[in-house]
Write a protein of this length. Sequence first.
Length: 205
Amino acid sequence: MTFKAHWENVYSTQVPEEVGWYAPHLRTSLALINGTGVSKEARIIDVGGGASTLVDDLLDAGFAHLTILDLAKVALPQVRSRLAERAAKVQWIEGDITNIDLPPGYYDVWHDRAVFHFLIEGESRKRYVNQMRRALKGRGHIIIATFAPEAPPKCSGLDVMRYSLEQLHKELGKDFILHEHKKELHVTPGGVKQMYLYCRFQKPA
Ligand SMILES: C[S@@+](CC[C@H](N)C(=O)[O-])C[C@H]1O[C@@H](n2cnc3c(N)ncnc32)[C@H](O)[C@@H]1O
């Protein structure tokens, strides 16, 4: 099964509140986005946003330029129907972050919760990082959450990479400036404990 088929199947067979990574609100992501100090006009992309409620909360907070990108075609209409008429304020992109064409130097904030850690091949990680570097503006912000070393080796039945702060920083590039980091325990709806590492970095000017 391809990765795309895996994710299409997940969103076709499970309601958003049942998936392992579900949280009613992505509070830590929201706090880190607020920590960037960007204005409500900032261009924010949620990479692999899936059916998460981050977009709902960012719209509530008044952010005006949101993009949700996901590999799974099935996930996006689920969020659009939840948002009803507010969905028109959001840009929706179906695609693979490792090979889609994003506009260069465009985004102020790059958010990724539980996506980068699925890239177990070095080549895919390289493409992801190149994409991020290219699509972000100078001094743009990166909010990224991956499994930490003490998390299980799989997520959604797929092998994942688990990162210490040092490993993640090295993988993304040591020239990115680290502003904040924290670990947070997530307990899945099925009771599995998953330790996440959240980081806020900034691209150099
Ligand atoms: C574990 S879920 C996390 C969803 C969301 N970020 C959250 O925290 O609720 C991983 C998401 O990444 C998407 N995804 C996986 N690989 C991807 C890729 N290469 N490009 C874009 N999206 C991807 C999946 O479809 C899925 O929605």
